[in-house]
Ligand binder design. Structure first.
Ligand SMILES: [Fe+2]
Length: 193
């Protein structure tokens, strides 16, 4: 459900691109409304080479820049439509993290089964800028292509998730409450676009 990757992106180039184009993005819509998470879509040409390197070009992928303000928290949830995420940190000096079932997973580059495992993003005093590939394909297919290209950081992954090779993507009964239509108060308002 979580693997470190050993692929590096050009952080400076991507960060600069984001700040030159961020006004074309939009806030994530929460219910009730909160302004804390800004996303920029539709710039796929900037990440073509990365997608090629990762082997995901022919998959159903929606890349986005994701900017989250300091001192904000994303409550426990599943990402919409069982997507699988590949995330890259674009900040030069700070490290983002995912909390999966309450356990902290800091990362520079990771593959995470965010559409199928409960996760949150906890408060930190700094902003987070991430390049995220939201992939609507099976976990196993994405894992296999990354592994075949030697992009899974085996040592680093084993330290946090020793049994990662045997992971199977299944939504647990207790997580069904996070599925669309079953959201609780202060939910993430999920939408397709
Ligand atoms: Fe998420």
């Amino acid at each position: 459900m979580f693997c470190h990757l050993n692929y590096q992106v050009d952080k400076e180039y991507l960060r600069t691109y984001f700040y030159e184009h961020y006004e074309k993005g939009k806030w994530h819509r929460f219910n009730p409304p909160v302004l804390m998470w800004w996303k920029l879509f539709k710039y796929d040409h900037v990440v073509e080479k990365i997608m090629d390197d990762l082997g995901i070009t022919d998959m159903n992928v929606k890349p986005r820049f994701s900017f989250q303000l300091p001192h904000t928290r994303l409550t426990e949830h599943l990402d919409y439509q069982r997507i699988v995420g590949i995330n890259f940190n674009l900040e030069p000096e700070t490290t983002p993290d995912l909390h999966i079932y309450g356990k902290d997973y800091p990362y520079e580059a990771c593959l995470a089964d965010v559409g199928s495992v409960e996760h949150s993003v906890e408060k930190v005093p700094y902003e987070r800028l991430i390049l995220k590939f939201a992939i609507r394909e099976l976990w196993q297919d994405i894992f296999d292509v990354l592994e075949s290209r030697g992009l899974i950081d085996v040592e680093k992954t084993k330290q946090v998730n020793p049994d990662y090779k045997n992971y199977r993507s299944v939504i647990k009964k207790k997580d069904e409450k996070y599925l669309r239509g079953n959201y609780l108060e202060n939910q993430l308002l999920q939408y397709t676009k």
